[in-house]
Design a protein. Sequence first.
Length: 257
Amino acid sequence: MNKEILEGMLIDYIDGKLNAADRARIEGELAQNAEAYSAYEQLREVMNAMDKSEKFEPGSRLKASFDHLLQEEIIKNKPAKTVFFRPLLLRMAAGIVLVMAGVAIGNWINTNNKHETEIAELRKQIEETKQGMLMMIDNQQSASQRIQGVNVAMRIEKADDEVVRALAKTMNDDPNTNVRLAALEALSNFHLEPLVRKILIQSLSQQKDPIVQIALIQLMVRMKEKEAVKDLENIINDAETMKAVRDEAYSGLLKLS
């Protein structure tokens, strides 16, 4: 089985999103392919770490722990040659913990103005972690690493322009449909931001992946985005548009008109 297809299906298998036929196919692959089973174990470990990170509460040793993690990851931060190496799990887990802590740190900053030096250091660490997340999203060797980077971005309370543009590029250009859909979902979390709304509308005329097109049209309807009407009309009138996409665009047009 193609590695990228396998990685995408493993993620859906862990999340319980596969139908019965695909689930049986993956279970057969895991039983016969030791490398596939190793990838499954590592992906499950990372995704469990991400779920647990949502409950993270920073303690009194926050700064020291962050500094120690960050220094270790800077020393080991070399381009990954394969998605199956365990150091990747450590980098991703450390990144997840730091990014999730960013929200709590924001509240802590407002009530601890006397600790400006410590705050500046923590901000620096969060920025470096964001850059690590962007590197994951841009990793063209591994669809699973890109999708994990997007999942980390989903947990950011307010994305800056750099993160938004990275997600937009992924949504429009990534060769893997699962990664594109994940990027679209991440952007939808910030749809109230003017830049994000503009990017989502523009993507209607750029998308060629029918699955992403349909998801994008449905999002336009949920957003009640009337500026998308013209693009929906273009999709309907395009003879090369897949019928399912055209039907979805027609339904969306009726709801927005």
